[in-house]
Design a protein around this ligand. Structure first.
Ligand code: CP
Length: 314
């Protein structure tokens, strides 16, 4: 497989990508990072190109890393708030996709309902990249596995313990990509918050091919035992504010704190896609402690974003 095979493809969910394609994007992200630190800050493979970035929800990492990534590739990125577009006044997603894709070479979209990013992709002539939906966060998972490969030197056989909300969109993408890459994943979550069944089935099918192990359990201490990586995310995602009380009650026993990290054993690292709600899903002493690689993880969003834009658009 060459990266040329990805040219013109959208990236709405990693279910649509093969293990080789995912690995190639991660390797390309590492190469962009290596070249950046070797002094090649600008690699203008997208010179003269434009990227529209439609955001229905707030963002720090995704917005800024895509915008800087586009600039470092020689392209122009435009931030477009959903409500500032005619979308906010009722123009259809299909018509918006038809028009924008006559102007730009790629569209990044952060939306509430996953169907919106799928609809954009269906009617767009240019690649559409999911910058987070209620179902998945593929570019986050790509950056996360890039980080694990960078730190651990391998992905196959790495044990990732996710502790917290099993219905989380980032976890969905970690499950799909990790199963394809041979990562062993154990999710500790209350029975009320299991991953979506179709996502879990896709992950289990991929795991059967790669030889990885996917388990969903309830006990966080069992989950983290012997883990290479302990991962968590916020308990209440954007748009779920009405569920705050119920989710907080269910997830309180799943806080990643010193006791849990010590139970994980000496090799465990801590990851979080951020933003963190310190004192809820993670304590200060974990996120700021010796286990934490969250700032490297956040930085790698920039380099993986370059890989995604270059592979799909250049
Ligand atoms: N992790 C992540 O996507 O961060 P933002 O919501 O700040 O983009």
């Amino acid at each position: 497989m060459t990266l040329y095979d990805l040219k013109g493809r959208s990236l709405t969910c990693l279910r649509d990508y093969s293990p080789d394609e995912i690995r190639a994007l991660i390797e390309m992200g590492l190469e962009f990072k290596r070249r950046y630190y070797a002094g090649e800050r600008v690699i203008p493979v997208l010179k003269g190109h434009s990227i529209a970035m439609i955001f229905e929800k707030p963002s720090t990492r995704t917005r800024v890393s895509f915008e800087v990534a586009a600039w470092q590739l020689g392209a122009k990125a435009m931030y477009l708030g959903w409500r500032e577009l005619q979308l906010g006044r009722g123009e259809t997603i299909a018509d918006t996709a038809r028009v924008l894709s006559r102007y730009v070479d790629g569209i990044v979209a952060r939306v509430y309902e996953h169907e919106k990013v799928e609809e954009l992709a269906r009617y767009s002539r240019v690649p559409v990249i999911n910058g987070l939906s209620d179902l998945s966060h593929p570019v986050q998972a790509l950056g996360d596995y890039m980080t694990i490969l960078e730190v651990k030197g391998r992905l196959k056989g790495v044990k990732l313990a996710f502790v917290g909300d099993g219905s989380d969109n980032v976890l969905h993408s970690l499950l799909i990509a990790g199963a394809k890459l041979g990562v062993d994943i154990v999710v500790a979550t209350p029975k009320e918050l299991r991953p979506r069944e179709d996502i879990l089935k896709a992950a289990l099918d991929a795991a059967a091919e790669s030889g990885s192990e996917i388990r969903i359990i309830e006990d966080p201490y069992t989950a983290v035992s012997g883990a290479d990586v302990v991962y968590t995310d916020v308990w209440v995602s954007m748009g779920q504010e009405s569920m705050r009380e119920e989710k907080t009650r269910l997830l309180r026993p799943y806080q990643v704190n010193r006791r849990l990290m010590e139970a994980a054993g000496g090799k465990a690292l801590f990851m979080h896609c951020l933003p963190a709600h310190r004192g809820e899903e993670v304590t200060d002493e974990v996120i700021d402690g010796p286990w934490s690689i969250v700032w490297d993880q956040a930085e790698n969003r920039l380099h993986i974003q370059k890989a995604v834009l270059a592979a799909l658009i250049a």
